[in-house]
Design a protein around this ligand. Structure first.
Ligand SMILES: C[S@@+](CC[C@H](N)C(=O)[O-])C[C@H]1O[C@@H](n2cnc3c(N)ncnc32)[C@H](O)[C@@H]1O
Length: 264
């Protein structure tokens, strides 16, 4: 059942701590995270301190109301904190489609230990599923949604995945070579779900996709097609990426494309 939280009840508030099994933990003296399901004591796991550092990297996202939504992928119940106050705080249809595809094709895609970057990760469902499937994930988005993204990622991956996902700010077109230098950032996959819609950043989104892809990188882009501008973006995408339609999800009008950078 959905549960609405006031901003005072957010996990970020003093007196509550993150309990990755789905409930709210009591604050500990040290204020550390704890794991109810494995019976771990506060602060006794080597995974906890780095996670706490990660949690502290971003300011809390301060939405007035939240819901908790449940998803089931890769045999795991995933609980996301969502808010209708921001596009980046709710799960969009293409994220569900992309997660289904990742789950069904995990062997063929060789996701175990694969290096993945997600663009416009929003509340984080795709990055969480990719992490549960064994990948090393960097989830990116604009600054205003990173607090909630970080929270959802930690809540659903701590002590559940081989690699804890990382969260990084990435505003399309900004500081790409400084923050994601091509010599150091080589990804097996770049993932994108429902990040093409009627906004003014489509050109910088395309240049960001090009920057992050190298020979060997596969871009998996799932999108619900709604506007003529979505199809115009697809035409521009096809000019720079060899493009294959991998799957269609008629019930949600989502198409999933695979793109590899054209070499010329
Ligand atoms: C419609 S939401 C999709 C969220 C998620 N991928 C999903 O499918 O559930 C679009 C996402 O793109 C992000 N976004 C929009 N413009 C952006 C920009 N210029 N730079 C980086 N991210 C941006 C938003 O913050 C939001 O998280």
């Amino acid at each position: 059942m959905d549960r609405y939280l006031s901003s005072e009840q957010q996990p970020w508030s003093v007196g509550a701590s993150l309990n990755p099994s789905g409930g709210w933990g009591e604050a500990t003296e040290e204020g550390t995270l704890w794991e109810e399901s494995t019976g771990g004591r506060p602060g006794d796991s080597s995974t906890i301190e780095p996670s706490l550092h990660a949690l502290q990297k971003f300011v809390p996202t301060d939405y007035a109301s939240y819901t908790q939504e449940n998803y089931l992928f890769a045999g795991k119940n995933i609980v996301l904190q969502e808010s209708i106050e921001n596009y980046g705080a709710v799960v969009w249809p293409a994220a569900i489609a992309l997660c289904q595809y990742l789950e069904e094709h995990r062997e063929e895609l060789k996701l175990q230990d694969a290096k993945i970057l997600e663009l416009g990760a929003g509340p984080g469902l795709v990055s969480i599923v990719a992490s549960i499937l064994g990948a090393q994930v960097t989830a990116t988005d604009q600054p205003d949604v990173l607090g909630n993204l970080q929270y959802n990622l930690l809540k659903n991956t701590l002590q559940r995945t081989a690699h804890l996902p990382d969260v990084r700010e990435l505003v399309w077109g900004e500081g790409l070579e400084r923050n994601f230098p091509r010599s150091a950032c080589c990804y097996d996959y770049v993932l994108a779900s429902d990040i093409v819609y009627h906004h003014y950043c489509l050109a910088s989104l395309l240049s960001t996709m090009v920057h992050l892809c190298q020979p060997g990188t596969v871009l998996l882009w799932a999108n619900k097609f709604r506007f003529s501008t979505d199809y115009e973006f697809l035409d521009q995408f096809k000019q720079v990426f060899d493009t294959t339609l991998l799957a269609e999800f008629p019930e949600s009008s989502v198409k999933l494309f695979k793109g590899t950078l054209k070499c010329d």
